[in-house]
Design a protein around this ligand. Structure first.
Ligand code: HEM
Length: 408
């Protein structure tokens, strides 16, 4: 087992700069070699451990007993000062223990693989409708318009939300994910979003149906399994969880494929590769840059499986998913897109353990159907702007491309 690395007095400032074209921070690769578990200084000035090996990240995220998402103690380290996503204790990713199990159960049946498959024809229909618009407007088109409209349309349908409200919801979601917006704007967005969710639930109470929101209302009103606040939070969790993640993954996946023409051609020739391709493309170009991922707190001393060192009780640990995906021990030649990887230890892009992404099956169907439609309709899809000239978004959790101009 290797020695725990010697800590400097002032650990390096985290996050590290991303690599070229918003790739993984080169500092991750360097540290994985010399100090795969190290201490870093967070933007708030607090400190956390940083784990960079796939095996360790998988261990930490899967171990719900010895690591918790409970950061409610006043002296718990914080990543950012001003970020609703991390500070809202009622959001599913921030709930822990028995409450988390109870809340997840309420929506679990809406997110099974079978339910995701049942949504496939509707997802296909929405994609075709949106791509009709893209085609009619002609090239060049900003593919991000399509990428962000699809998940919002789908989640609106699942929650019986009028499609016209999507634009406003997107603004609130952006506020939730931002760490650069002024406090007053964040508080205003939080208030408006809550009032909206409450009004939505009340409208639906007066006019019930059989969508996901009716299941939530039933859990609240009939079975008494939810408080009114939890009902509102559940609606928020789904709207936040299901939008930017898909939009940013899709833009990054298309970005990867347009740069790697062989992979694009391979998919064109053989659609049966798509399920494997989606996992590999998410690994290769995951949403969120080097600074994204969630921290966990150790509830006791934990020795990491790779021998990288020990995380001490009370320490926070950061597990960047992009670091897991670029560990050559788990994925040889990680910078290459390969649809024929030998059975790998698994991508971590949907997390692991109890907080594993609830929408993972749905996300896979959305991404598979998007790629199918793009390959069918635009077999010669290409960048309309040199990839080096594209501007990547900053100041928000989901690092992505505000604009992805394409032609065909
Ligand atoms: C490619 C798209 C997506 C990616 C990469 C993604 C990624 C993730 C990850 C990594 C987590 C776990 C975070 C952690 O434990 O550290 C998570 C949680 C979650 N995701 Fe996703 N997600 C995607 C799409 C979706 C969709 C479409 C939905 C819903 C419609 C969704 C809903 C959620 C929810 C509710 C959670 C919280 C689960 C919990 O804490 O128990 N996600 N997601």
């Amino acid at each position: 087992m290797s020695e725990q690395p010697q800590m400097d007095d002032t650990p390096a400032q985290f996050p590290f700069p991303d690599g070229p074209l918003a790739g993984p921070p080169p500092e991750f690769a360097r540290r994985r070699e010399v100090c795969p578990l190290s201490e870093v200084t967070l933007p708030t000035g607090d400190r956390a451990m940083l784990a960079l090996r796939h095996a360790d990240i998988q261990q930490i995220m899967s171990d719900d007993k010895r690591f918790t998402r409970d950061f409610s103690a006043p002296d718990a380290p914080r990543l950012f000062d001003n970020m609703l996503l991390l500070e809202d204790p009622s959001l599913l990713i921030n709930v822990h223990g028995e409450d988390h199990i109870r809340l997840r159960r309420i929506t679990a049946s809406a997110f099974t693989p079978r339910r995701a498959e049942e949504w496939r024809p509707e997802i296909r229909r929405i994609i075709e409708e949106l791509l009709d618009k893209v085609e009619q407007a002609g090239a060049p088109a900003n593919l991000m318009d399509f990428a962000s409209e699809l998940p919002m349309r789908l989640i609106c349908q699942m929650l019986a939300i009028p499609v016209e409200d999507g634009e406003q919801l997107r603004k609130w979601v952006a506020a939730w994910l931002s760490f650069a917006m002024p406090r007053e704007e964040l508080d205003q967005a939080a208030l408006e979003f809550d009032n909206y969710a409450l009004a939505l639930a009340n409208r639906r109470r007066a006019n019930p149906g059989d969508s996901l929101i009716d299941d939530l209302i039933k859990a609240r009103d009939v079975d008494d399994r939810l408080s009114e606040g939890e009902l509102v939070s559940a609606i928020r969790s789904l709207i936040i969880g299901g939008n930017e993640t898909i939009a940013s993954s899709l833009s990054r996946i298309v970005f990867s494929l347009l740069r790697d023409r062989d992979s694009w051609e391979a998919l064109k020739a053989d659609r049966s590769l798509l399920p494997v391709a989606v996992e590999e493309l998410l690994r290769h170009n995951p949403p969120g840059g080097g600074g994204s991922g969630l921290m966990r707190l150790a509830t006791e001393d934990v020795e990491l499986v790779s021998g990288a060192g020990t995380i001490r009780k009370g320490q926070a640990v950061f597990t960047p998913l992009v670091a897991a995906g670029y560990d050559a021990e788990a994925f040889p030649e990680p910078e290459r897109i390969r649809f024929d990887r030998p059975k790998s230890p698994g991508t971590m892009q949907f997390g692991a353990g109890r907080h594993y992404c609830q929408g993972a099956h749905l996300a896979r169907v959305e991404l598979e159907e998007c790629l199918t439609a793009l390959l069918d309709r635009f077999p010669n899809l290409h960048f309309a702007t040199a990839p080096e000239d594209l501007a990547w978004s900053e100041g928000s959790y989901g690092i992505g491309l505000p604009e992805l101009p394409v032609a065909w």
